[in-house]
Design a protein. Structure first.
Length: 383
């Protein structure tokens, strides 16, 4: 039996869902024993429920936190002590903070197989700060060469970032894209959900779902939605999400005059993400950088045309002109023009939706992801 340890600082949003997907796939596997080490600072309620149900398989790391400080060093030794007791065959670290502490700890304990999933390289955030970008890139290179068996890119764009930034030898990065399951939703349920937001049956819905944080550029999101609604009287816009920029977005939203404001919904956090995306006719994302966002995979699964920024992760899901359109970061005018093309060309929305569904079926099934991780965790660890 293979002893597998997953390490993550964050148990929310896409990273949290990926951890829980891996846990669900392997927890009932008789050939694997999987344990999760996690930071307690960022845990969403639905993930806490899973943790409480499987207490013997989840271990809280007190010093593994989002902020940078002396706690980072403490977390390395805290994790190393736990790994010494577990004696894992595989350690798989997720995202940058756990990628630092977990890989160093695994190196100290001489774990043979140490994997790392960046979920969007942190240095990509600093496009306009060459010093910070340089420092974080050097850290990634050092950790890859000294403490990592292999990097697991969750998107083609992430693998390109690994190669283009010369993080390590190309053979030390493999691609395993996220897989998801999208539940079927009845038309009646969908109509009732639309009515909740006072959306008419024949109105076209452009929507977004994102953390209201700098990475997601929600200011551009609300700007694009507002301008599209102004130009198209049969279009309504909806934005799901919460975060540190909520008050900023609310202030901008409150300045929108009627009658346009009536056709824009600032919906806050949703507890029904599948329904929320399924009711949209066009999905919008304005992220500055990405790993492989689950919201986009969900949009593909429900056959939605997509407007997305031309960044890693997004461009793995959107083929420009085929199942949607790509635009450069912050270019709201290009996004608005692309929307006009979508709705004014007869049958284009429907055709792009079909293409999104095809991309989902060919590349992003849960079964495919499971098979690839089974091969990674089992075959690669054989002596």
């Amino acid at each position: 039996m293979k002893r597998i340890v997953l390490i993550t600082e964050v148990m929310e949003k896409g990273v949290g869902k990926h951890i829980m997907d891996l846990f669900s796939l392997f927890s009932e596997d008789s050939q694997s024993d999987l344990i999760v080490l996690y930071g307690a600072e960022r845990v969403e309620p639905q993930f806490q429920k899973m943790i409480d149900t499987h207490k013997d398989k989840f271990i809280k790391i007190e010093h593994l936190k989002r902020s940078i400080g002396i706690g980072d060093i403490k977390s390395i030794f805290e994790i190393a002590k736990i790994l010494k007791d577990i004696k894992p065959d595989v350690v798989h670290c997720h995202s940058s903070k756990a990628g630092l502490a977990g890989r160093v700890a695994a190196k100290l304990e001489k774990v043979k197989n140490v994997y790392y999933s960046p979920h969007a390289y942190f240095f990509l955030k600093f496009k306009n700060n060459s010093l910070k970008r340089f420092i974080f890139k050097i850290a990634e290179k050092f950790l890859s060469k000294r403490c990592t068996t292999c990097t697991i890119a969750t998107s083609k764009g992430e693998k390109e970032a690994f190669l283009n930034n010369h993080i390590d030898k190309k053979e030390k990065c493999i691609l395993i894209e996220h897989g998801i399951q999208v539940p079927e939703i009845e038309n009646k349920q969908l109509q009732e959900y639309k009515e909740k937001f006072k959306i008419g049956e024949n109105q076209v819905v452009i929507g977004a779902m994102a953390r209201l944080e700098q990475q997601k550029d929600p200011i551009t999101t609300i700007t694009v939605i507002e301008n599209i609604v102004r130009q198209n009287e049969n279009t309504v816009g909806i934005l799901f999400g919460n975060g540190s920029m909520y008050e900023t977005i609310l202030e901008k939203y409150n300045k929108i005059e009627e009658p346009y404001k009536t056709r824009i919904v600032l919906a806050g956090e949703t507890k029904e993400p599948e329904l929320s995306i399924a009711m949209m006719d066009v999905y919008l994302t304005t992220s500055l950088y990405e790993g492989l966002p689950y919201t986009l995979l969900m949009a593909l699964g429900y056959g939605k045309p997509i407007l997305a920024t031309n960044v890693e992760g997004n461009k793995d899901c959107v083929i420009d002109g085929v199942n949607g359109f790509l635009f450069e970061v912050g270019d709201s005018a290009k996004a608005e023009n692309a929307y006009e093309n979508m709705i004014k060309q007869n049958g284009l929305l429907k055709q792009m939706g079909k293409e999104s569904k095809n991309i989902y079926q060919q590349r992003f099934s849960m079964e495919q992801m499971k098979n690839m991780y089974q091969k990674l965790y089992r075959e690669e660890t054989n002596e």
